[in-house]
Design a protein. Structure first.
Length: 248
C-alpha cells in the first residue's frame, strides 16, 4: 500500500431480528469444515429459523445460493423454546481480520445478554485412532458450569490463534464463558466422522436430543457444495498464509 496510507481493517456488522439465547453455539469455515458441518446439521435438524446475519467489509466476499436463492454467508439461527442460538459462518476470515471479527462477536454478546460461547472446531494435526475424540479449551467459568460432569477432556497444551484465540482471550478476564470443542480432522470436506464427534459432545453438554442418524445423508447432500467451499478455503488460506491452526 502507498506510504502513509492506513492499513486495511475489516469490520463486521451483526443484524438480528430476535434477541439471542444465553448460549451462542458457533462453527466457522476452517480446515475439514467439521465445526461448520456440525452446526449446519444442528440448525437443520433442530428446526431452527434464521434470525440474523453478519456482514463484512474489506473482506473478499462470498454469497452462497441454493436453487437460485442467495443467502448471507454468516447467519444466526434460533427458536423460541430452545436456549441456544447457532452462529454458522461460511465466510473464511483470514488471520489479519480474525481479531476484528472476534471482537465484533464479543461486543454483540455483551449488548444482547449472551452469557457463553461454545465453538465447534476441527484441528489438522497428525493423530491416531485413539485420538478420535473431542477435547476442550475453555475458560474457568465455562468449565465449572458446563464441563464438570462431561466426558470431554482438556486439550494437553498448545496455542489458539484466529477467531478462537480472540474469543477465549476476551473470555479469560470477563464474565463471558467461552469453550472451544476441538477434534482432529482429515483433509476431506466435510469430515463427517469429526462432525459426528462434535455433535455428540455438545449434545451431551447441552442435552439437545439430536438424532445423528441422518448426518451421513445430510453430508452427502451438501458434499459438492462443501467441497467447493473447502477448495475456496484452501486457496484463501494459501494466499493469506493464515490458516487457523492450533499446535499441540
Amino acid at each position: 500500500m502507498p506510504d502513509g496510507e492506513p492499513p486495511v481493517r475489516a469490520s463486521f456488522e451483526i443484524t438480528t431480528e430476535r434477541e439471542p439465547s444465553a448460549t451462542l453455539l458457533a462453527g466457522f469455515s476452517e480446515f475439514g469444515l467439521a465445526g461448520l458441518t456440525a452446526v449446519d446439521y444442528l440448525a437443520d435438524h433442530l428446526g431452527l429459523e434464521e434470525t440474523g446475519h453478519v456482514t463484512a467489509d474489506q473482506l473478499p466476499a462470498i454469497t452462497p445460493f441454493e436453487n437460485g436463492r442467495p443467502r448471507h454467508h454468516t447467519r444466526l439461527f434460533s427458536r423460541p423454546d430452545l436456549d441456544v442460538t447457532i452462529l454458522l459462518g461460511e465466510l473464511f476470515v483470514p488471520a489479519w481480520a480474525a481479531d476484528s471479527f472476534g471482537r465484533s462477536i464479543i461486543d454483540w454478546t455483551e449488548e444482547n445478554g449472551v452469557e457463553e460461547i461454545a465453538v465447534l472446531s476441527g484441528i489438522p494435526v497428525p493423530h491416531g485412532p485413539e485420538e478420535h475424540r473431542v477435547f476442550h479449551i475453555a475458560t474457568e467459568d465455562y468449565r465449572d458450569s458446563r464441563l464438570a460432569d462431561a466426558d470431554v477432556p482438556g486439550m494437553g497444551h498448545g496455542f489458539l490463534d484466529g477467531v478462537n484465540a480472540t474469543l477465549v482471550g476476551q473470555g479469560i478476564d470477563s464474565p463471558l464463558g467461552v469453550g472451544i470443542y476441538v477434534t482432529p480432522v482429515h483433509a476431506q470436506a466435510p469430515d463427517v466422522e469429526a462432525a459426528l464427534r462434535l455433535i455428540a459432545a455438545v449434545d451431551e453438554v447441552y442435552d439437545l436430543d439430536v438424532d445423528t442418524g441422518p448426518l451421513e445423508a445430510f453430508a452427502e447432500e451438501v458434499s459438492g457444495y462443501y467441497e467447493e467451499l473447502s477448495s475456496r478455503l484452501q486457496a484463501a488460506s494459501e494466499e493469506e498464509h493464515a490458516t487457523d491452526r492450533m499446535f499441540v
